[in-house]
Design a protein around this ligand. Structure first.
Ligand SMILES: Nc1ncnc2c1ncn2[C@@H]1O[C@H](COP(=O)(O)OP(=O)(O)O)[C@@H](O)[C@H]1O
Ligand SMILES: O=P(O)(O)OC[C@H]1O[C@](O)(COP(=O)(O)O)[C@@H](O)[C@@H]1O
Length: 345
């Protein structure tokens, strides 16, 4: 999957209700300069949620070259927010603040000014570089729990862990945020306008993470922005969670633009899916570990065959048309392959 960073949509993380299935969209938790003073590197609030243009790209350069100025070459690749076009939208305290079970979150809310650097290693006097908005629960939210009608859709190819993601969105919304109106859109984008929805509750999704594939089914094609947004409007949906690869996220961006054009209070969250782990800015894409484990099985099997005959040669072809991370990690982990040569297409 080729998910270029400028097109990436950073999702608000859903903290799982079951620790054993944790997956983490938090970006570089060890991001340096995390003290509150250095966060305000622009010397003024970085984010004005009011009247903020969509996907702003702030470039600030120091007047004098080679001056060690905190603002030098700082670029923020932002994501759209509802208040860009609905500036008077009221906000509410995050329900997690009142939760005994999740009380710890109060201390770890993501500050609105938190960003994540694309490059961890920089040189002295080099530009600060590109930064992304940090994902995570905020102190304020823009929906009342009882007014949320969420939906989840899965599009494009398969990847291990999709069902876990679906489950965690449902459980996270329900258990942590008190949302009980969650719809499953079946069969990818076209499911918005050609199929009925299913109701998703923690009980319905309880066991789905033990199965492969996607519980909601998927498809390629069928992205008709107007028909999809018409349907979102007709069904009174106000939160849309879209799980998929680069094609899917392009579709999500179009939906978000159409929502803005119509002035709807609908939040669109894209959850990047790639088995290849080729999104630089996140810790790890879900499903990658499983793919590496499975790949090692193939390598191990070939190794057993090779060892049992004279001059045996085993050939294992692993997936990853444009990305060699699965092949590289599986090979390094198994130690059965003396040297690695990765050849992309
Ligand atoms: N450029 C695009 N604009 C809008 N929708 C797109 C675009 N590319 C793909 N899609 C839609 O996204 C869905 C999945 O796309 P696909 O490229 O097949 O998989 P993936 O999301 O895994 O890359 C399909 O329903 C497709 O119609
Ligand atoms: O088996 P191959 O040809 O290496 O294909 C594997 C590739 O297919 C994918 O699963 C899907 O790729 P596309 O989204 O381009 O169809 C990639 O994530 C992966 O790298």
């Amino acid at each position: 999957m080729d998910l270029s960073l400028s097109q990436s949509i950073i999702p608000t993380p859903i903290i799982p209700c079951n620790k054993s299935h944790t997956f983490n969209f938090k970006l570089f938790p060890n991001f340096p300069n995390s003290n509150s003073k250095s966060r305000n590197f622009l010397g003024k609030p970085l984010i004005s949620r009011q009247n903020r243009p969509i996907r702003i790209r702030i470039r600030i350069r120091a007047q004098t070259p080679n001056v060690n100025n905190d603002n030098d070459g700082f670029v923020l690749e932002d994501v759209p927010h509802l208040t860009n076009f609905l500036p008077d939208l009221p906000s509410y305290p995050n329900p997690l603040q009142n939760s005994k079970a999740y009380a710890i979150v109060r201390q770890t809310f993501v500050h609105p000014e938190d960003v994540v650097a694309q490059k961890v290693v920089v040189q002295k006097d080099s530009p600060r570089g590109v930064h992304f908005r940090r994902a995570g629960p905020r102190e304020k939210v823009y929906f009342k729990s009882e007014e949320v009608r969420a939906c989840i859709v899965t599009c494009g190819g398969l990847c291990p862990g999709i069902n876990t993601v679906i489950r965690e969105i449902v459980c996270g919304l329900n258990v942590m945020y008190g949302v009980d109106d969650i719809l499953g859109i079946e069969g990818g984008y076209r499911g918005f306008y050609s199929k009925n929805t299913m109701s998703l509750t923690p009980k319905v999704v309880n066991d789905i993470h033990k199965r492969g594939g996607t519980f909601l089914r998927t498809s390629r094609g069928g992205h008709d922005t107007h028909k999809i947004v018409d349907n979102i409007q007709d069904r009174g949906i106000n939160q849309v969670y879209i799980i998929g690869g680069d094609g899917t996220q392009k579709g999500a961006a179009l939906i978000s633009k159409e929502v803005e054009k119509r002035g709807l209070q609908v939040a669109v969250a894209g959850i990047p899916k790639t088995i290849d782990n080729d999104i630089a800015v996140i810790d790890k894409s879900f499903g990658f570990d499983t793919a590496v484990e499975e790949a090692q099985r193939a390598i191990n099997a070939a190794h057993v065959e090779v060892e049992s005959v004279e001059n045996g040669v085993g050939i294992v072809k692993l997936m990853g048309r444009y990305s060699g991370f699965i092949a590289m990690h599986a090979t390094l982990a198994s130690r059965d392959v003396p040297s690695i040569q990765y050849q992309g297409a």
